[in-house]
Ligand binder design. Structure first.
Ligand code: SF4
Ligand code: FES
Length: 247
């Protein structure tokens, strides 16, 4: 099995190809480890949990942002990969997918530090901007908080986010407007807005041209999200509520 991998050392970039023996159940992250341990120990990539929990290993795999630890090599090589996202300019920057091989590149829309590692500062700056913590002042009950099953279910759709930034790298708007807060931050903001324990009107925080109103509903965010978080739905609902408030 052949892997074609983007390399960057701080000065110049190129692609390297590696032959990796295929094993049953092998993920892209497993293949990267094989290369690092057996073929080229300078290959750099980010990971931690190896189980789709920490969000560290998002990268561009066959032109789709995905978690390396969750993507099976077999499905890519055998053409069973059914990920269909809307095309956007960042996908044209690198190589084309080689016949019968897997192409691995860094996540788009964030600066590359080395090989497959990107600088996530901007992504987390936008995340911190939405003040991602519960604000319960004046709303603390004497006993427990009461939430209906409907409220819990809706909240859980958004709390599942692992901050992998795959949606940020898949969003055409993030590629054009570097001030756009991006799908993950907006989904998180909406998550606090609908939390019945929170006491602030959160929607205002992104009520500007680089927040709720910048989204063009390409829906790549939802298609690539490894946790099925629907940022596009959150953004649509937030806009409707803001429009109603203005009427
Ligand atoms: S919304 Fe999904 S794709 Fe975006 S950061 Fe969260 S888990 Fe990753
Ligand atoms: S290594 Fe943690 S999500 Fe992939």
């Amino acid at each position: 099995m052949k892997l074609r991998i983007f390399r960057y050392d701080g000065e110049g970039s190129h692609y390297d190809e590696f032959q990796v023996p295929h094993e049953s159940g092998q993920t892209v992250l497993d293949a990267l480890f094989y290369i690092q341990e057996n073929l080229d120990d300078s290959l750099s990539f980010r990971y931690s949990c190896r189980g789709a929990v920490c969000g560290s290993c998002a990268m561009l795999i066959n032109k789709v942002p995905r978690l390396a630890c969750r993507t099976q090599v077999k499905s890519l090589v055998e053409g069973e990969d059914d990920a269909e996202i809307k095309h956007y300019p960042a996908l044209d920057k690198g190589d084309e997918i080689p016949e019968g091989a897997v192409l691995i590149e860094p996540l788009p829309h964030l600066p590359v530090e080395k090989d497959l590692i990107v600088d996530q500062d901007k992504f987390f700056e936008y995340y911190r901007d939405i003040e991602p913590m519960l604000k319960t002042e004046g709303k603390v009950p004497e006993k427990e908080y009461e939430m209906s099953p409907k409220e819990v279910n809706e909240l859980e759709e958004y709390t599942n986010c692992i901050l992998c930034a795959a949606c940020f790298g898949a969003c055409p708007v993030d590629g054009e407007n570097e001030d756009y807060r991006g799908p993950a931050a907006l989904a998180k903001l909406y998550r606090f807005h609908i939390d019945p324990r929170d006491n602030e009107d959160r929607l205002e925080l992104a009520d500007h041209e680089d927040g709720w109103w910048a989204c063009e509903f390409h829906t790549n965010c939802r298609k690539v999200c490894p946790k099925n978080v629907p940022p596009n739905i959150a953004i649509g609902k937030a806009r409707s509520q803001l429009q109603k408030e203005d009427e």
